[in-house]
Design a protein around this ligand. Structure first.
Ligand code: ADP
Ligand code: ZN
Length: 281
């Protein structure tokens, strides 16, 4: 049976796994992302060399990326700028690699095997250190000139927004990521998001922005399901608040998509394994 390698590349960690089935990831391992790409990639290559021969590799990465060259492009992590991630790994491991954004891979896995099982139209958001969104539309991953950049959707200020808070996105200030990422919560409220109690006003503000994002993608792509993942969504009460805010914002004009937590344990990694399976075909 063919065996594949999966990589979810993030700004703080690379998650790696091997397997034959995206629902049964084997040897899931975390490798810290260092400022120096050679160090991280060296550890990733060593991991895969220890797993026996692979039929293909799937890479689900933070972005922005350039698909033509398989590079990460304008990341604030300077040494990773224009890093040829796909080519370096293909050469070092002697296999073909499928390559997409972390959130597109997660959307693929959740649409085929997870919260949207069988849905041809699904959007996946991660709400963590940054915010990103990936989409399946008409059964296919959405690419375009590059790939969707839903984290930088413009948002309106929430009614309960802290006066004077300018947002933390280095490019736009008060875009979705600037207002609703983990670092935005920390900058606004003065403590890490995981330390804010469930009854803190932070969560009403947070739910407002995430509902705006759901509204925007519902209007543009009409997905059946929107999956909300990432560290900030570990707050169990938050998803119900987002659903309620979305209903308020949509005002009954059209049927709303289901808003769900990820059903898979590692949506990005499972999606990466699916990218490997496609690359092998
Ligand atoms: P990354 O985006 O770096 O891959 P995460 O998705 O875990 O990793 O996002 C990290 C961000 O999420 C941090 O800003 C952190 O404060 C926040 N976070 C992590 N866990 C929780 C939690 N349980 N509740 C709220 N926020 C959290
Ligand atoms: Zn932005």
């Amino acid at each position: 049976m063919p065996k594949y390698g999966a990589i979810e590349a993030g700004g703080t960690k690379f998650m790696v796994a091997v397997g034959k089935d995206p629902l049964r990831l084997e040897r899931v391992t975390r490798i810290a992302t260092s400022d120096e790409p050679a160090e991280t990639i060296g550890a990733v290559v060593e991991y895969f060399r220890g797993q026996g021969p692979l039929d293909a590799l799937g890479i689900a990465t933070f972005g922005p990326v350039d698909f033509a060259t398989g590079r990460i492009t304008t990341t604030p992590k300077l040494a990773w700028r224009n890093y040829p991630l796909k080519e370096t790994l293909e050469r070092a491991l002697g296999v073909r690699a499928g390559f997409d954004t972390d959130v597109n891979a997660a959307a693929l896995a959740e649409a085929r095997l997870g919260a949207g099982r069988g849905a041809g139209d699904l959007v996946y958001f991660t709400v963590g250190t940054g915010i990103g969104g990936g989409a399946i539309a008409g059964g296919r991953l959405v690419h375009g000139m590059m790939h969707p950049e839903m984290g930088h959707l413009p948002v309106r200020r929430a009614a309960e927004e802290a006066p004077g808070f300018a947002g933390v996105c280095p490019y736009h200030g008060d875009c979705l990521e600037g207002m609703a990422s983990g670092p935005a919560l920390e900058a606004r409220w003065g403590r890490r998001a995981e330390l804010l109690p469930a009854d803190h006003p932070a969560w009403r503000v947070e739910a407002d922005y995430l509902a705006q994002a759901c509204m925007a993608v519902a209007c543009v792509l009409s997905p059946l399901v929107i999956v909300l993942g990432g560290g900030v969504m570990e707050q169990e009460h938050l998803i119900a608040m987002v659903r309620q805010r979305l209903e308020e914002q949509a005002r009954g004009y059209f049927p709303l998509p289901r808003i769900e937590r990820p059903a898979l344990e590692h949506p990005g990694l499972s999606g990466a394994l699916m990218l490997a399976m496609e690359a092998a075909r």
